[in-house]
Design a protein around this ligand. Structure first.
Ligand SMILES: C[S@@+](CC[C@H](N)C(=O)[O-])C[C@H]1O[C@@H](n2cnc3c(N)ncnc32)[C@H](O)[C@@H]1O
Length: 472
C-alpha cells in the first residue's frame, strides 16, 4: 500500500530521512498539489544543476547533487528474488547500487532503489511486479531515499546536454578505433571541445585519446586531419576486425570501423588457392584476411605509411609469405604487377579477384584494364572478378555506378554485373560495390592507346577527391 507522504514524514525520525522528507517537500512545492498526492518527481530528475551551463573546463564537483528516489523495504531472505522481479522498476544508473543498507531499521531488511521516472506510487508497479511482491510478502509501501548523484553517475549525453547551450545539438556519437575516439564536432560545439573530449574519455572505458576530425579528408590518402581534444597523444591504434588484429598510425592512414561487414563479405567470396589483387589496400583489411583464408595476395597502396603498416600487419598475422606488397599508384599497379601475373592466372582454375576500394575514384581507374593484355588465350579464360567501389548521389545509385563503370571500361556491364549497397555515407550519398567478371572484350581490346579518347572524363592521375569527410 502507498503511505501518504504526511504519514511517512511523521513516522520517520532519523536525520537522514527528515532530510529526505525536506527534499521531497521541495520537489513537491514546485509541483502542483495534486501531483504531490503520489511520489512526485520532476521528469528529468537526473538533470544537473543549471550552474554547469556554459562550462568550458570540466569541473566534476559542480555536477554533484542529492535527489530523492523511491525505495522498497525488502526482507533479506527474499531480496534476490525481489530484485530479479523488479528488474524494470529498479533504478538503473551508472555506478548507483540497486540495493542499499537500511541503516536505521533492522539489519534484516534492505532498500531496493527504484527508478523515479518509472515508479511514482505503489500503483505504478505492473500487475506482474505487484503479484511477485505479494508472493514474497513485501509490503508495497514506498520509502524515500536520499541519493547523492555525482558526475560519475551521469551519462555523457546528460553531462553534455547540461553544459552546452540549450536547444543546440550535443555531439551524438563518435567512432572508436582502438583506444582512440574520433568525433566530428559541429561549429557550435567547438568552444566546448576539450570538455566534450574529457567527458567522452571518462564515460567510455578503454578510450584514452579523443580527437576531432577537421573537415577535410586528405585528398589522396583518405586520412583525416585531426585535432587532439583529450588524453594522451598516441595515434598508434590496435584494433580487431573479424577476428584479425591490425595496428596502424590512425593519423596517417585510412581506417574505417564501419567497413568490417563489407570486408567480411568480400573475403568470404575468396577461396583457398585464389589470387587477390588489392589495388587500394590500405593497411590490409581485405588483403590480410584473404591471405589467412589461403589466397595469394598482391596488395598495393600509394600512401607509404599505409604500405608500411600493411607490411607490418602481414607480419603481425603471419601471412607475409602469402602477401606481396607494393607502394604504387593504382594505375601503375594494374599495368605492372597485375598485367604481369594475369596471363598465367587466366590459364589456371582458381578464381582471381581484383578489389578496388577507393570509392571517390576507383571507377575511374577501370579504364586501366582496357587492352591490358595482348594475346587472347586459346582455351577458356579464367577471367578476373572485379569488385569496384563508388560513391553515388543519384536517385538510382545502382544504375549510376553501373553506367559509370561501363563508360570507363568502354563495355556495357548492364545485366553482366551485380551491385551491392555498402552503406550510406552522408545524406543522399551511398557507397556501392559493383562486381563483374572482367570482359575479355575489355582485357584484350587492343585499344589501350585509345583510353583517353573513349572515356567521357579524363583519366585521373592522383586527382583531388571532390568530397570531404564523407568516406568514413
Ligand atoms: C578508402 S581507402 C581503403 C583502404 C582499405 N582497402 C579499406 O578497405 O579500408 C583507399 C586507400 O587507397 C589509397 N590510395 C589513394 N589513392 C591511391 C592511388 N592513386 N593509388 C593507390 N592507392 C591509393 C589510400 O592511401 C587509401 O589507403
Amino acid at each position: 500500500m502507498w503511505r501518504p507522504l504526511s504519514r511517512v514524514f511523521a513516522s520517520v525520525e532519523t536525520e537522514r530521512n527528515l532530510k529526505a522528507a525536506a527534499v521531497l517537500r521541495g520537489l513537491c512545492s514546485a509541483a502542483s498539489a495534486s501531483a504531490c498526492s503520489g511520489f512526485s518527481m520532476e521528469p528529468k530528475l537526473y538533470r544537473p544543476s543549471p550552474k554547469v551551463r556554459g562550462m568550458t573546463s570540466l569541473d566534476k564537483e559542480a555536477f554533484t547533487q542529492t535527489i530523492t528516489v523511491p525505495a522498497l523495504r525488502v526482507p533479506n531472505g527474499v531480496l534476490h528474488s525481489v530484485v530479479k522481479s523488479l528488474k524494470k522498476a529498479a533504478i538503473q544508473r551508472p555506478g548507483v547500487p540497486r540495493v542499499v543498507q537500511d541503516k536505521e531499521e533492522s539489519c534484516d531488511f534492505r532498500l531496493v532503489l527504484l527508478d523515479p521516472h518509472r515508479i511514482s506510487s505503489p500503483s505504478s508497479f505492473s500487475e506482474a511486479e505487484s503479484e511477485a511482491l505479494r508472493s514474497f510478502g513485501v509490503i508495497q509501501e514506498l520509502q524515500q531515499y536520499e541519493l547523492r548523484l555525482t558526475y560519475h553517475n551521469l551519462k555523457s549525453e546528460e553531462v553534455l546536454e547540461a553544459v552546452l547551450p540549450q536547444g543546440q545539438d550535443v555531439p551524438s556519437g563518435f567512432s572508436r578505433v582502438g583506444h582512440i575516439a574520433h568525433m566530428n564536432l559541429r561549429e557550435h560545439q567547438l568552444p566546448y571541445k576539450n570538455l566534450i573530449g574529457q567527458v567522452i574519455m571518462d564515460k567510455n572505458p578503454g578510450v584514452t585519446c579523443v580527437v576531432n576530425k577537421t573537415n577535410m579528408i586528405d585528398s589522396t590518402y583518405r586520412n583525416f586531419k585531426m585535432e587532439m581534444l583529450a588524453g594522451e597523444e598516441n595515434m598508434v591504434a590496435k584494433v580487431k576486425e573479424n577476428g584479425v588484429t591490425y595496428e596502424f598510425d590512425f593519423s596517417c592512414v585510412y581506417w574505417n570501423p564501419r567497413l568490417s561487414t563489407e570486408h567480411q563479405r568480400v573475403v568470404q567470396l575468396v577461396e583457398r588457392g585464389d589470387t587477390v589483387f588489392d589495388v587500394f589496400a590500405g593497411v590490409g583489411p581485405f588483403a590480410v584476411p584473404a591471405a589467412r583464408s589461403g589466397a595469394n595476395v598482391l596488395a598495393n597502396d600509394l600512401n607509404p605509411e599505409s604500405h608500411r603498416w600493411l607490411q607490418h600487419n602481414c607480419k603481425l598475422n603471419k601471412v607475409e609469405k602469402k602477401v606481396r606488397t607494393f607502394n604504387l599508384d593504382g594505375r601503375a599497379f594494374i599495368q605492372g604487377p597485375v598485367k604481369q601475373e594475369l596471363p598465367a592466372l587466366l590459364k589456371g582454375k582458381n578464381n582471381v579477384h581484383i578489389v578496388m576500394n577507393l570509392p571517390a575514384l576507383a571507377l575511374e581507374f577501370l579504364d586501366a584494364f582496357r587492352g591490358l593484355l595482348q594475346q587472347e588465350p586459346s582455351c577458356d579464360e579464367n577471367l578476373p572478378i572485379v569488385h569496384c567501389y563508388g560513391f553515388s548521389k543519384e536517385d538510382n545509385p545502382e544504375t549510376d555506378v553501373v553506367e559509370r563503370a561501363s563508360g570507363r571500361l568502354g563495355f556495357p556491364l548492364k545485366d553482366r554485373c551485380s551491385v551491392h549497397f555498402v552503406r550510406n555515407v552522408a545524406p543522399n550519398k551511398d557507397m556501392m560495390c559493383v562486381s563483374f567478371t572482367l570482359p575479355k572484350e575489355v582485357l584484350f581490346s587492343g585499344d589501350h592507346e585509345q583510353t583517353e579518347l573513349l572515356s567521357e572524363e579524363p583519366a585521373p592521375k592522383r586527382q583531388k577527391c571532390e568530397e570531404a569527410n564523407e568516406s568514413t
